[in-house]
Design a protein around this ligand. Structure first.
Ligand code: TYD
Ligand code: MG
Length: 428
């Protein structure tokens, strides 16, 4: 019996297809010849499993390598663990290669780049004023060759960087680089290498705006941590967060500003506010806590009459479905029909808020724009809003309120003074 595999996505079938029914690529099916191997496996005798008591296992405290960037260490949980495999994703041009050079300048690193030549990397380092003593470099991209090449220097190298996984390939896979089977195979080899040799591996993966390119997404379960580097290229702010972190928290964020001289770490909780003092219709300041740090964001909403049969909802920085849900909550509880209005939402700084404590502020910004009335100057909103319009307490609310007061906000709205969004309309 023959068996066919799509070289692009790994889809398997007993019959040959010209176009893969799974991923849609053409002429990607090849016959799998090592079918006999799987038959051989069925003859393997039953092996009784060996069972150990977990309590008796001795664990060794793994060492953390501190990077040169505190904001990155904060997100990782205190630094990079020896042998950890980190997937760093982000859009092309957002600053991933810059981050790596700045972060690892004091750690012995082998940097494999399929994106740039050694001259380009050196140019960047010169621009960043980084001493390259700790960096070894290669442009060679065959994974088997990389593993063999690192053998002789593996006692000195602490970190292997792959920039990017889309350019790497294994000689044992026929499909071109960046195909899913190449990405998976090369990542598996890297993970084995890291665990066996206690060398950390940072794998850079490009994702597009939707973050959904099949490649890096499908690697998330192989690796120990997935860090996403986000921001808008037009804005200078960059956030780094962990979507997955086996050895640390997932709620911490690191903040940077991209400057002429590379990434600068930011500690100021007000950095995303343009000017918190003036008040205009549709503008609301929200307080959130990310990890151990409070942060304040400005949400701008524009509610305008629509000429379209289906009004537009254009949303940047907040979750699309969450916004639709909150608009439904407004409709039901406040009886405002926004069906004939377009709604545009933006979070200043080109960053996204993942936190539910921004719900109340978003609703305030919608009402403010709809009524064309500014919110009370120096007011701050902290609160999650439920389906029935109730305002809920958020995680670490007291800390955000204290910090808000310290920073000079005069009126703070939270579930302490608002039980339901219906109460909001007395203030707008
Ligand atoms: P880069 O690290 O090459 O992005 P990625 O690896 O994610 O593709 O960064 C590219 C952008 O960053 C580029 O548009 C130039 C800008 N940049 C600065 O603004 N300042 C700097 O000091 C550096 C090195 C880059
Ligand atoms: Mg790059």
């Amino acid at each position: 019996m023959s068996f066919f595999i799509c070289q692009n996505c790994g889809f398997g079938s007993a019959s040959w297809y010209g176009k893969c029914p799974e991923c849609g690529s053409w002429n990607s099916f090849t016959e799998k010849n090592d079918f006999s191997e799987s038959k051989k496996n069925t003859k393997e005798p039953t092996k009784k499993i060996s069972i150990t008591s977990l309590k008796s296992i001795k664990t060794s405290e793994k060492k953390r390598l501190k990077t040169n960037l505190f904001e990155l260490d904060r997100v990782l949980g205190g630094g990079i663990i020896e042998g950890e495999v980190i997937l760093l994703t982000g859009e092309p041009g957002i600053g991933k290669s810059t981050l790596i050079l700045q972060a690892l300048k004091n750690i012995k690193t082998l940097y494999i780049s399929g994106e740039e030549s050694s001259e380009q990397v050196k140019d960047r380092a010169d621009r960043l004023n980084i001493n390259l003593d700790n960096f070894l470099f290669s442009n060679d991209l065959q994974i088997e060759g990389i593993i063999e090449g690192i053998e002789s220097i593996k006692n000195e190298v602490k970190i292997l960087v792959i920039d990017s996984i889309q350019t790497l390939y294994s000689k044992n896979i026929q499909s071109p680089s960046a195909n899913i089977s190449q990405i998976k195979e090369t990542t598996k080899i890297l993970v084995n290498f890291a665990k066996k040799n206690n060398i950390a591996v940072i794998i850079i993966g490009h994702v597009n705006k939707e973050g959904e390119i099949a490649g890096p997404k499908s690697l998330e379960h192989f690796v120990d941590a997935v860090l996403n580097f986000e921001g808008e290229k037009i804005s200078n702010y960059r956030l780094i967060r962990a979507n997955k972190n086996r050895f640390g928290p997932t709620d911490e964020i690191g903040i940077f500003e991209m400057t002429q001289n590379g990434l600068k770490e930011i500690d100021n909780p007000l950095i995303f506010l343009e000017s918190e003092k003036n008040s205009q219709p549709g503008k609301a300041i929200v307080g959130t806590v990310e990890g151990k740090r409070s942060l304040f964001f400005e949400i701008q909403t524009l509610v305008v009459p629509s000429i379209l049969p289906v009004p537009r909802r254009v949303i940047k920085g907040l979750d699309y479905n969450k916004v639709l849900l909150l608009l439904a909550v407004i409709r039901k509880n406040l009886n405002y029909s926004l069906d004939n209005y377009d709604v545009y939402v933006n979070v200043i700084g080109g960053v996204s808020i993942k936190n539910t404590s921004a719900d109340l502020g978003f609703i305030a910004s919608v009402i403010s724009s709809f009524k064309n009335k500014p919110l009370i100057p120096l007011s701050l909103f902290i609160g999650e809003v439920g389906l029935l319009g109730e305002v809920r307490k958020v995680y670490m609310e007291e800390k955000i309120i204290q910090e808000g007061k310290r920073l000079g906000f005069k009126k703070i709205f939270s579930n302490k003074n608002l039980k339901n969004i219906k109460d909001l309309i007395y203030f707008i």
